[in-house]
Design a protein. Structure first.
Length: 438
């Protein structure tokens, strides 16, 4: 009986083609696929290579879909490479925005737009510079971002809002801030926890000392990921497979009939099990989604699309982003917290309300939360971009490239990291081609 092809199955003809597998369909995986397809077409290799994306989940069910997704390097290392990848991504996001602006047939809806807003600090501007918070910024690049220091009146305005809620926030910090500092967690050093809670309360007693204003891209990740998948699905040599893979060996076995030339590992946090990378760790993030009234938009978002607070302790960084159809409020960045049960998520969401909502939009204290998102960023001491040679059961050499560990900068460095990943891939393919000719 002839087998009917369904979505995810590949024809025998495609099995005979040289194949490049990409594992993972978050922003890193799809950015790599998008960059790879363009590179193959530019080099007239699109009829020679198959691109196969394998993932257990696709948009809207990936970690990337839940991101607040403002372009801003965050919890990602090393700084020199992150800066390079972030600036390359900035350029690509502008290119995609331009496609949407020039599109008359609505074929390029990318979910990307430029937004402006404030970031506030409870430390002096000199301390901000000493801490290297804006390591991605150069003096000559200021015009790109409309970057400037906030005026005294602007800082005074936010301090006025903050004073109204400060007592409420301090009274509720100890009771509501959970996760890494949960009193029920037996692994937490009680003395260390008490010191941290004291630090939290002292931090919120301080006034804002300075702030900055700038313009950067803000992205609806669900829309962007759909756009990338739509563009990739138009390419005859690009296929999607929905499948959970436990390891590289599992991939090699399940796709043993394919002529696999390379595998690009974009599994993010799952790399901990997929390639036994013990340097990967989760960074727990919780976001609240609100549906804003017009009154809220007029009062708090008149010409401003985001408000953020940067603290010495990144666990309690607070931010509010205005997307087209919702307000996204965060956040937490708690390293090595695997907790995803409903009770702890609700408690952490309540803490975020005290840490973020009270400072910037007090009215949201009584507003209905549309959605609570709990996810785990792929933390790592350094983003892993690394190539190695592996061999299948037939002793055939395969190029394995690792590209993951972007922390809280998945969107911010996604296209830049993809660019270097595909460059590394082609260096390996070119080297193999030259060695065969010899």
């Amino acid at each position: 009986k002839k087998r009917k092809l369904t979505k995810g199955n590949l024809s025998f003809k495609n099995c005979l083609m040289k194949s490049i597998f990409i594992v993972g369909a978050g922003i890193t995986g799809l950015s790599c696929a998008y960059e790879l397809i363009q590179k193959l077409k530019d080099n007239n290799l699109n009829k020679e290579y198959n691109v196969i994306i394998v993932s257990k989940s696709y948009t809207p069910y990936t970690t990337s879909d839940g991101a607040g997704a403002i372009w801003l390097p965050y919890l990602s290392y090393p700084q020199d490479l992150v800066k390079k990848w972030a600036l390359d991504t900035y350029v690509k996001l502008e290119e995609l925005m331009k496609l949407e602006e020039e599109d008359e047939n609505n074929e390029h809806i990318t979910g990307i737009r430029k937004v402006s807003g404030f970031e506030l600090f409870r430390m002096s501007y000199e301390e901000v510079e000493e801490n290297g918070i804006y390591f991605w910024l150069k003096e000559e690049e200021h015009p790109i971002y409309n970057f400037r220091k906030m005026t005294e009146d602007e800082v005074f305005y936010f301090n006025s809002l903050d004073r109204l809620s400060k007592k409420v926030r301090i009274d509720n910090i100890e009771r509501n801030f959970v996760g890494k500092y949960d009193n029920n967690n037996e692994n937490i050093d009680q003395e260390e926890e008490n010191e941290h809670l004291t630090h939290l309360k002292n931090t919120f007693r301080e006034e804002y000392k300075c702030g900055v204003y700038f313009t950067v891209p803000l992205v609806d990740m669900n829309v962007l990921l759909k756009y990338l998948m739509l563009q990739l699905s138009k390419e005859p040599n690009c296929k999607f497979v929905c499948k959970k893979l436990d390891s590289i060996d599992d991939l090699l076995y399940q796709f043993r009939s394919y002529d696999i030339k390379s595998i690009i590992n974009c599994t993010g946090l799952a790399a901990k099990e997929f390639v036994n990378d013990d340097k990967c760790y989760p960074i727990r993030g919780v976001l609240l989604h609100y549906t804003p009234t017009q009154d809220i938009l007029d009062r708090y978002f008149n010409g401003v699309d985001f408000i953020m607070e940067c603290s010495h302790d990144q666990d309690i960084a607070s931010y509010i982003f205005r997307h087209d159809n919702r307000i996204v409020v965060g956040g937490s960045s708690i390293a090595n917290d695997h907790n995803d049960d409903r009770i702890s998520t609700l408690k952490l969401a309540e803490a975020i309300k005290y840490c973020a909502v009270n400072s910037f939009i007090p009215e949201f204290n009584h507003a209905n939360i549309q959605k609570i998102w709990n996810g785990f960023r792929p933390g790592r001491e350094a983003v892993r971009l690394f190539d190695e040679k592996i061999y299948n059961t037939c002793n055939k050499k395969i190029v394995l490239i690792h590209s993951y560990g972007s922390g809280g900068s998945g969107l911010t460095i996604g296209f830049g990291l993809a660019k270097d990943t595909i460059r590394l891939l082609f260096e390996n393919l070119d080297s193999e081609s030259r060695s065969k000719k010899k």
